[in-house]
Design a protein around this ligand. Sequence first.
Ligand code: OAD
Length: 274
Amino acid sequence: MLDDTDIRIAADWLRDARRVVIFSGAGVSAESGIDTFRDDGGLWIDFPPETFATVRGILRTALLRPRRCAEFLHRILEPIAQARPNPAHQALAALDRHVETIVVTQNIDGLHQQAGSPIVHEIHGSLLETCTLRGRFVKLLNRAGLMQVSGAMSCAARSLFPRLRMLWAMRPLVGLSRHGLVRPRVVLFGEALCEPAWTESLAAARTCDLMLVVGTSGVVLPAAMLPSEASANGARVIAIDPDDAGRCDLWLRGAAGAVLPLLLRRAFGETTEL
Ligand code: OAD
């Protein structure tokens, strides 16, 4: 249950802040229909990351279990292709009208930008972009394009020739271009975080006076260092999460889509436009 005193304290801190960093994870997009990773029914429960989220693992799965690989790609692509920003993304975008706000997100769904947040560092990359193997940007994709790939993956998973169908379906995301081999710009386990997003995120965490940690279990390093970096440099840290949010100065317990609009209204007035 969300405590009214906690919301009042958080609203006071937000009003006093001069530079806010939002550190977001899968929970902020849960109300847009995108599964988290580690909650009940989360992506890593059905598709273990050792098999599906390392370069070696995903290549091996594509080779040896193409049907399963196509199922995984369909499961990850479809919700992102269909997603729209929810009230949490919208409230965070509206916050920038009151105080300088930098979003650092582990999410790869592009929803903070779509909601209107002006500065978004995607430290784990974006499923809406492709890049070379060296991380050089190649092209932007749109949700309709992702939806087509997702539909083709679903067909591949049921096909008599799943490997061929999957390879064909992946053409918008993986292949050869004049820049060399191309892949989705997403960070897999064991890979470095996206640059310059990570360096800029660390700098932002060290210079903000308030950090809102929204919808992340905070277990994946090095991203999970950011709240302690902020705290070590004097910032207050507020966590917004229905489950125990770990170390923070204040925990607002609840779904981001309910808590954030309430917090904004309490901080900046009931007529605050979201
Ligand atoms: P997790 O699945 O680990 O954590 C999701 C968090 O969101 C949990 O703390 C939930 O309690 C919370 N949550 C669920 N619904 C929520 C809601 N409606 N509002 C607010 N919070 C809610 O996801 P992440 O912490 O984002 O990285 O995972 C971090 C990284 O692990 C991901 O970026 C991904 C993954 O492996 C890579 O793949 C490199």
